[in-house]
Design a protein around this ligand. Structure first.
Ligand code: UD1
Ligand code: MG
Length: 449
């Protein structure tokens, strides 16, 4: 049997108090919606539909980043989760399989859990709902069960005192044959606290027709639905805890795991060491045995085996650090390849550059890559030596083994093995220092100056 998924992502999420659509808020550097789409991969869906509304174009763009096959359908007015699912009716008119509904604000549902939900359907239940026992059920819909399984779902706002005491909650995920689901939604009204068409009402409608509904339970950590910034922070904490466990299990040493922050796609090879207080933005991979020292921030960067980064280093997108290279304190690297064994140890900016193997950039080396309009490249050959406090005005090349004297402003290419002086020549005046000092002191004693 084929499966289609519909991910609901049209809500504004007004309780987030944000101009950004709720499902585009990020956990681990990835929008909530993309997390939800990734969980659904386990179902191997034949069709993937995202219902968009608030921030439609931006939400659709985020969805398409997960796959070109993803269909986006607009829900012009947000009249509730049932109404949202109904928007996919026409697109799925010829679809003869199961429909699994997911919520774009629920990022942690695992593939295994979705497989268990699908199994409940193949096991004979007409409808299957993913539920969980909530430590604090406030805000969630409650699953009201009877001797024959799930009877109905009641939203918190519409629940009686007794129903609110139920801790078995609705995750929002449900599965049913597509035709049946759309049919039942057709009967959903708006007689509730929010005046909306609740998807959750289809359970009672189905039961009234004698259909069966099963609850598949999963851990609460998977079903965290994000409605507020506090929920978002809680979700981030759940994500980070998982990412830290995964990094440790994969063979990285984290001296103080609770102070290291990961993105959804961070990869650390075996024997990587991460000192306390390090942040990984999206797109970072670190090779075997490399060391990331404290207070470093990495994003879109590749670090090869045995390299040493930080403390206080910033690697920005396009930084490619070669094997055994060293990037030291207060060094920023952007869109630059640093060759194997090269050293940029102190107080430098290296942007739009290629640095050859074994080159050494002294303290305070700056690539002047931007003329105010265009970016230009700096190329430094293998084993070149750039003296401290040098400015390399791009486009410029220092060839292999080239040597730049400290304090130079380099505006012309330097040939292989050549020495470049790009600074004013020094002049010494014998005895003048002492004479000048004497004069100044006399002036001060006389009350002048
Ligand atoms: C919903 C469930 C509740 C469940 C909870 C789990 C309903 C009526 N309630 O409540 O039982 O416990 O999720 O987190 O389904 N959306 C649309 N269009 C709309 C309304 C919502 O696309 O018209 C989307 C939202 O963007 C969101 C998702 O549907 O991604 C859920 O909506 P939300 O308003 O967050 O519902 P909850 O109140 O959390
Ligand atoms: Mg919600």
């Amino acid at each position: 049997m084929q499966t289609a998924i519909v991910v609901l992502a049209a809500g504004q999420g007004s309780r987030m108090r944000s101009s950004r659509p709720k499902v585009l808020h990020e956990v681990g550097g990835l929008p909530l919606l993309r997390h939800a789409l990734r969980s659904a991969a386990a179902l191997n869906p034949a069709r993937r539909i995202v219902v968009t509304g608030h921030g439609g174009e931006a939400v659709a763009a985020a969805a398409r980043a997960e796959g070109r096959d993803i269909e986006c359908i607009t829900q012009t007015e947000q009249n509730g989760t049932g109404h949202a699912v109904a928007q996919a009716r026409a697109a799925l008119a010829d679809f003869d399989g199961d429909l699994v509904v997911l919520y774009g604000d629920t990022p942690f549902i695992t593939g295994t859990t979705l497989e268990r939900l699908a199994a409940a359907r193949t096991g004979g239940a007409d409808m299957a709902v993913l539920g969980f026992e909530a430590a604090d059920p406030t805000g969630y819909g409650r699953l009201i069960t009877g001797p024959e399984g799930l009877e109905r779902i009641v939203e918190e706002r519409d629940a009686s005192q007794a129903e609110r005491a139920v801790r078995l909650c609705n995750s929002g995920v449900m599965a049913a044959p597509a035709g049946l689901l759309f049919d039942l939604i057709g009967g959903v009204g708006t007689d509730n606290a929010k005046g909306e068409q609740y998807l959750t009402d289809i359970i009672a409608l189905g039961r009234a027709r004698g259909l069966s509904a099963a609850v598949v339970a999963c851990p609460e950590a998977e079903t965290l639905g994000i409605n507020t910034r506090a929920d978002l922070a809680a979700a981030e904490a759940v994500f980070q805890a998982g990412a830290r466990r995964a990094a440790l299990a994969a063979g990285a040493t984290l001296t103080a795991p609770e102070t290291v922050f990961f993105a959804h796609d961070t990869t650390l090879a075996e024997d990587v060491t991460v000192a306390p207080f390090v942040t990984f933005g999206p797109g970072v991979s670190v090779g075997r045995g490399a060391e990331i020292r404290s207070f470093s921030h990495l994003e879109g960067a590749q670090v090869a085996a045995g390299a040493q980064i930080g403390p206080y280093a910033r690697l920005r997108p396009g930084a490619e650090i070669g094997a055994g290279a060293r990037i030291g304190n207060f060094v920023e690297v952007k869109a630059a390849e640093i060759g194997a064994g090269a050293k940029v140890n102190h107080l430098s900016y290296v942007g739009d550059a290629g640095i050859g193997e074994g080159a050494n950039l002294g303290a305070g080396t700056i690539t002047c890559n931007y003329d105010g309009v265009f970016k230009h490249r700096t190329q430094i050959g293998a084993d070149a030596f750039i003296g401290s406090n040098s400015a390399l005005v791009a486009p410029v090349t220092v060839a292999e083994g080239g040597y730049v004297a400290s304090g130079s402003t380099v505006t012309r290419d330097v040939g292989p093995g050549d020495l470049a002086f790009g600074r004013a020549r020094q002049e010494n005046k014998p005895g003048l220092g002492a004479r000048l000092m004497k004069k100044l002191r006399q002036a001060k004693a006389a009350g002048r100056g």
